[in-house]
Each structure stands twice: as C-alpha cells, then as structure tokens.
Write a protein that binds this ligand. Structure first.
Ligand SMILES: [Zn+2]
Length: 328
C-alpha cells in the first residue's frame, strides 16, 4: 500500500482553504473579478506571512458568491481529498462567508454544501461533516451570530462549532458566549489555539471555551503541565504539520513537536488545514511523517483511529468509517 492509497481520517480543513487555485481562478474569470494579485506566476497562491495569508484567503473567498459556488467548491475539494485516500473529513465552514451571518442564507449555503457531500459519499466513499466556524478577528458579536447559525442548523451534517482566524486577536473569554450557545445546542467544540498564541492561549481556551479538541495546539510542547492536563482530560489535537512548517509556526519538519507530543501521551491527529495554500496534501503529510519520524503503517493506523474517536459524528457514521479503515 502506498501512502496515497492508505485510508485517512482528516479533522482539520477549511472549506475555502482547500479550494484548488485553478478552481478559484476559473470562478474569478466567470465573474470578471480581478484577483490576479493573489497568485504567483506559477498559479499558486502568493503571500508573505500569516496575516497576509489571511488577506489572500479572504480575497480568494470573494469569488465564492452563492450557494451554487459552494456546491461546486465542495465537489472539487472532496474529489481532491478522496484522491488522497481520505474516507472521512471534517471541514470548517464560516457563516460569515456563507450568508453574512444570516440564518436563512446560511441554510441555503449549507443545503448546497450538503448536496455535494451526499453525492461525494455516494460516488467516492468519503464522508464530510461540517464544523460551523466563527472568525476570531471579526470579533465577539459576529462570533455570536455564527454560533446562532450553527445552533439553528445543528444536525446530522453540522455537528460542531469552532473558531479560526487571527489567534492573537482578543482572548478566548471574548468568545465564551458564542461557545456557550453552541454547547447548549449540543454541538461538539473545537478552537484554533497554540499555533501562534503560546501555551497560555491553549490553557485559556480549555478553561473558557471548554472544547474537547484544539486546532493545532503545538505550543503545548512548551508547557509540560499543560501537556499533562491535555492527556488527563482526553483533549485531542488537530495537528497540521505541513501548515506549521510552511507558515513557520514551528521549526522545520525535523523540529516539529508532533512526535514529542505523541511520546508524552497526547492524542494527536494529522490534517492539512488549507492544503493548496501550504503546498501540501494528506499524502505529502504521511510521506513527510514517515521520512522524518519513521512512522509506519501501524503509526498511521493509530493516528486514524485517534482521529475517528475524536470525530464529531454519530455512532453510525463512526462505524461506517471504521469499516472503510478496516477494509483497506
Ligand atoms: Zn486551521
């Protein structure tokens, strides 16, 4: 079995961040939107650093103007994921980018995304679940509107609530109300923390937002007591090594803390985050982990099982995905 065909469970992706550049360019052309400035000469996304990446990301998102565009986007994303062996994927979808925080508009976007997901499950054997996500640097009020959208649509497809965006903007407590709303609606919770904000941000996020998963969380390596807390409270980290290396959130591959976190007993999973933005795929992640840390099929199986156990899905879906992992 190659690392490409090996089945994979991926918990941390952003739907627009998975958009193939060629797909975004063709949408821009169709709609006569000039976003040529966000591409390099070779057609890849161009940016200088993390904050500029967020600007380029938002510019790319301007081409996605309605539910039908998100239907097409989701199809393109899931085809790409399935081609790398992904059998279960969760994706962050932002009510801010899908309907401007309005619940009825959000429902229309979701219906289109779910249609594409249903077709992909039928045709490609990949299951998609949606983690509705607020954007941190849009502030607490917008986060509450996003949480309301998430709460109103909680169900078989929208299973979680999360927060992305600029991690150093505000403090977790500023978003506690939004997270409380999502929790009360029965949504599972995750939040980006400890990619840029240090171990303190992870600790505050766990305390104030009461999440069961942390997006990235790699800064936990800097605080042994926090690592111990993460182990004891059964929190799972959505680690995105290729993203961290590309954006220099950590050192290079050899210095990436994923192995040390795992050695300390922390539950780690592997995801691509925004693959075309970071020149990665799940196959690349597996290849680099094998090359750098000597991970074998057994290690990847363990990571898949950890991800499946932490997935925001019901028991039936978990059983279906477990079969896909076994049959491979
Ligand atoms: Zn992310």
């Amino acid at each position: 079995m190659t690392y490409k065909s090996m089945p994979k469970v991926e918990l941390h992706t952003h739907i627009e961040g998975c958009a193939p550049p060629a797909f975004i360019r063709s949408l821009a052309k169709e709609k006569s939107i000039d976003i040529s400035g966000i591409f390099n000469a070779d057609g890849t996304y161009a940016y200088r650093d993390f904050n500029h990446f967020l600007e380029v990301y938002e510019a790319a998102c301007t081409t996605l103007q309605g539910p039908q565009d998100f239907y097409r986007l989701t199809k393109a994303v899931l085809e790409e994921s399935a081609s790398h062996g992904v059998v279960y994927q969760e994706t962050f979808v932002s009510p801010d980018f899908c309907g401007g925080g309005d619940v009825s508009a959000w429902r229309e976007y979701l219906a289109a995304i779910e249609d594409a997901a249903t077709e992909a499950e039928r045709d490609l054997g990949i299951t998609l679940k949606c983690v509705a996500t607020c954007v941190r640097h849009f502030g607490g009020e917008k986060a509450q509107a996003a949480a309301k959208c998430a709460a109103e649509t909680k169900g078989d497809f929208v299973t979680g609530f999360g927060m992305g965006g600029a991690e150093t903007f505000g403090r977790p407590a500023d978003y506690a109300y939004a997270y409380d709303m999502a929790r009360e609606a029965g949504l599972s919770l995750t939040c980006h923390a400890g990619e840029w904000g240090g171990p303190e941000m992870i600790a505050e996020t766990l305390r104030d937002l009461k999440v069961t998963r942390i997006g990235h969380g790699v800064d936990a390596i800097k605080d042994p007591a926090l690592m111990q807390q993460i182990v004891e409270t059964d929190v799972t980290l959505e680690v995105c090594p290729g993203s961290n290396v590309f954006l220099k959130a950590t050192g290079g591959w050899a210095d990436h803390p994923i192995q040390k976190l795992r050695d300390a007993g922390v539950k780690v999973t592997v995801s691509t985050d925004d693959p075309p933005f970071f020149s990665t795929t799940m196959t690349d992640e597996f290849n680099m982990l094998a090359q750098t840390f000597g991970w074998t099929e057994d290690d990847f199986n363990e990571v898949n099982q950890t991800a499946l156990a932490a997935a925001f899905c019901d028991a039936d879906t978990r059983a279906t995905v477990a079969k896909r992992l076994e049959q491979a």
